[in-house]
Write a protein that binds this ligand. Sequence first.
Ligand SMILES: NC(=O)c1ccc[n+]([C@@H]2O[C@H](COP(=O)([O-])OP(=O)(O)OC[C@H]3O[C@@H](n4cnc5c(N)ncnc54)[C@H](OP(=O)(O)O)[C@@H]3O)[C@@H](O)[C@H]2O)c1
Length: 264
Amino acid sequence: MNLDLDGRTALVTGSSQGIGAAIAEGLARSGARVGVNGRDAGRLQESVENLRAAVPEGDFVPVAADLGTEEGAARVVGELPDVDILVNNLGIFGAKPALEIEDDEWRRYFDINVLAGVRLTRAYLPGMMRRGWGRVLYIASDSAVVVPAEMIHYGMSKTALLAVGRGFAKEAAGSGVTVNSVIAGPTHTEGVEEFVYQLVDRDLPWDEAQRAFMRDHRPQSLLRRLIEPEEIANLVVYLSSDQASATTGAAVRVDGGYVDSILP
Ligand SMILES: NC(=O)c1ccc[n+]([C@@H]2O[C@H](COP(=O)([O-])OP(=O)(O)OC[C@H]3O[C@@H](n4cnc5c(N)ncnc54)[C@H](OP(=O)(O)O)[C@@H]3O)[C@@H](O)[C@H]2O)c1
């Protein structure tokens, strides 16, 4: 399959590291011009240099902005006014006992994980529909479906994204624009190795350590290892392509079989 994104402009939110950086790389490898985003301008610059080293022919546009704010969204839209592929990847997560999550924390999770994506969809969807082609994606999580007891505010925000994706797909019906969510599972991103070694024998080499972690702490996973960011990116690049033209309003899983359900 030739996933050719030549001539398309993409924006990947929260992409100066982790899954977002892998998605930015994957989209650029297929020919898209890619807006890369994060708040810390130094880290963003470093990330773009790494991306340029990985994809020398890639066209990367760094846009430093806090997308948890209206001003940040306005800056991004000002610098990248016509986006064909919007990947709402930005998302924060952290554990907190359910009864200790205060109103402000609930609002923060809603603002950053949900409203930031809604705002950018409102900004970019009309242009995509006018041009008759576009892709909007929301990076959700297994936590949208299997809500973890220690992070229900995160689970709430990811469940909300599934509703947002389904709803905007209806808004875009028949326009040539598809809107989908991606249910990503436990992924090998920065910081995860330290987290794993807090729970398993520190003397184990990484591959054995992650398998022990998955066996003992994530037994639902059928993959029995963490997902690599590139594996999430592969699905996102496909959903961003012409070839995925009949997939819309869906929640598509790349969760290593973590969610024990036949649908979605
Ligand atoms: N990691 C997993 O196992 C996993 C599993 C399922 C789903 N997911 C989802 O996948 C997505 C990416 O996760 P990740 O683990 O790759 O994230 P991550 O490693 O924590 O990276 C977060 C990125 O977002 C940027 N960022 C944070 N706050 C921002 C803001 N307000 N405005 C703009 N940029 C901001 C960060 O840069 P700055 O700090 O410089 O802003 C960084 O580039 C999230 O939606 C997450 O919920 C992750």
